[in-house]
Write a protein that binds this ligand. Structure first.
Ligand SMILES: NC(=O)c1ccc[n+]([C@@H]2O[C@H](COP(=O)([O-])OP(=O)(O)OC[C@H]3O[C@@H](n4cnc5c(N)ncnc54)[C@H](O)[C@@H]3O)[C@@H](O)[C@H]2O)c1
Ligand SMILES: O=C(O)[C@H](O)[C@H](O)COP(=O)(O)O
Length: 369
């Protein structure tokens, strides 16, 4: 009998359903002990004290040498998220620690968030006669899924992704997307420039991809939506741009998250606390993917499935398309916006309140496409 100690972010959905003696121990007779902590409280001292075999995180725990310097037990790190910018994967590889993230887990949730924002601010786009050009920057899992909805709605898509081959959707330069779209939605990972001190960086870095020069290319009536990572937009440039253009801007992620300055919040058309991916399906899929990866690492067959845990889903995309006035029933994004704005005190939303909104979020349902 081998004990497996798992240290996990308490914000991971259905931890105990996926990680227990039955779901991990059947063949290998593992006994599972789970210790849950808020993601921001997972630090080097805790890793040194607990010496877990497995570390399960979401996006708020930075995993690098500083976190693991006094730990010699972790063999597997799973992040139940799409984004991986919080994880130093080279360092984990150098320690022979297996890493898995949950690629694509919330691609429909985030695409549906974007559609909700667009239709909430511009309900006229429901009409087939209103021709909309949607600019999508980053055409991976989320950007590609959003494009499918756009085509289903009869919209034009201008897409830019320099790391993918040209295609029907990957059909434009960055300048074209910026200057010719009615709505622009960002779906890139957060990456830094490749240079001598950062040889693993990107030839197409996304940090501050949307800076003053990029914003200057966008017509004033172009809506901008960021549900990717906050630092993809240079916040100071964005504030100046909104003052100049009165642009409609929707942010789910923020450069200085979890602190949000009211000087920014007050300028936004919609602001939400990094919950674009927070559906029951999106979160459970995230847990499922890292559970499956851990089973593979342990050479045991997965025996738990999110389909055992999901209640009936009544939300059909086809219904919403036929009855657009039902949008608030599918997702009332303005409730999330109000909850965030209500937390503003003394010129800012503080980090604990931002995290609290996320921790206590009532998970939405994904609409069936
Ligand atoms: N707000 C949320 O709740 C939430 C939820 C899930 C994911 N995210 C964020 O969304 C990001 C995108 O998710 P995904 O599933 O589509 O990831 P993905 O890896 O499937 O796709 C990202 C795409 O961006 C492209 N790309 C990289 N650099 C680029 C650049 N400079 N310009 C244009 N394209 C570029 C890549 O080639 C890739 O195709 C994640 O990395 C994560 O940070 C946010
Ligand atoms: O990258 C992702 O998957 C998302 O940004 C994710 O939803 C972040 O949520 P968190 O990990 O902070 O709960």
């Amino acid at each position: 009998m081998k004990n497996i100690t798992i240290l996990a972010d308490s914000n991971i959905a259905s931890l105990n359903d996926f990680f227990n003696d039955a779901t991990l121990g059947q063949l290998a007779e593992h006994r599972v002990k789970i210790i849950t902590v808020a993601g921001r409280d997972i630090d080097a001292a805790l890793l040194a004290r607990v010496q877990p075999d497995v570390l399960l995180i979401r996006s708020v725990t930075k995993v690098d040498e500083a976190l693991l310097v006094d730990n010699n037990s972790v063999q597997f790190v799973g992040s139940a998220t799409i984004g991986t910018d919080h994880v130093d994967q080279d360092y984990l590889a150098s320690r022979n620690i297996t890493f898995a993230n949950a690629a694509g887990c919330s691609k429909h949730s985030v695409a549906q968030y974007v559609l909700t924002a667009v239709f909430t601010l511009r309900p006229q786009y429901w009409q087939q006669s209103a021709s909309l050009t949607l600019g999508i920057i980053g055409l991976g899992n989320i950007g590609g899924t959003l494009a499918q909805y756009a085509y289903d709605l009869g919209w034009q898509v201008l897409g830019y992704d320099p790391l993918l081959p040209t295609s029907k959707t990957n059909n434009a330069s960055l300048e074209q997307v910026l200057s010719q779209s009615d709505v622009i939605s960002l779906h890139v990972p957060l990456t830094n420039e490749k240079n001598a001190s950062n040889p693993k960086g990107s030839d197409y870095p996304t940090r501050h991809l949307i800076n003053a020069a990029a914003l200057a290319m966008m017509p004033a009536d172009t809506m901008l939506i960021n549900s990717a990572r906050g630092p993809v937009i240079e916040e100071s440039a964005l504030k100046a741009d909104i003052e100049r253009t009165e642009r409609q801007v929707v942010l789910d992620v923020f450069e200085h998250e979890p602190q949000i300055a009211v000087s920014l919040l007050s300028k936004l058309a919609i602001a939400t606390p990094h919950i674009a991916g927070y559906t029951l399906e999106g979160k459970l899929r995230g847990t499922q993917i890292i559970y499956d990866a851990l089973c593979e690492k342990l050479s045991i067959p997965p025996t738990q499935s999110m389909s055992n845990l999901l209640p009936l889903n009544m939300f059909l995309w086809s219904e919403l398309k036929s009855y657009p006035d039902r949008l608030p029933k599918f997702y009332d994004i303005m409730q999330d916006d109000t909850s965030l704005r209500n937390k503003a005190v003394d010129g800012q939303v503080n980090g604990a309140d931002f995290d609290g909104l996320r921790r206590d979020y009532h998970l939405r349902r994904e609409w069936q496409f």
